[in-house]
Write a protein that binds this ligand. Structure first.
Ligand SMILES: [Zn+2]
Length: 87
């Protein structure tokens, strides 16, 4: 028989609002050839402009998927012993 000690720790998940972390990153993907625009931090206009230019160069490619990425972070909650530890 073995013994184990189990502990419960509270963690909280929230949007990562630390300095330098973008609020959102936008990229557009062509539904026909799956080419992707470059990622743009906090501004969807470059991805939209890329889509218009992509269709201009490839008139049959008219469908796109907008990929939006946001950053999230897990931090120790109240009473969590990892609150004392700096990563
Ligand atoms: Zn395409």
């Amino acid at each position: 028989m073995s013994r184990r000690t189990l502990a419960h720790a509270v963690w909280k998940l929230s949007a990562d609002d630390r300095p330098g972390v973008p609020v959102a990153v936008f990229r557009m993907e062509c539904a026909t050839c799956h080419e992707m625009s470059t990622a743009a931090d906090g501004d969807g206009r470059p991805a939209q402009t890329w889509s218009l230019a992509h269709t201009g160069m490839n008139p049959g490619h008219r469908g796109f998927t907008l990929h939006t990425e946001t950053c999230w972070r897990v931090e120790p909650g109240a009473g969590n012993p990892y609150g004392e530890v700096r990563p």
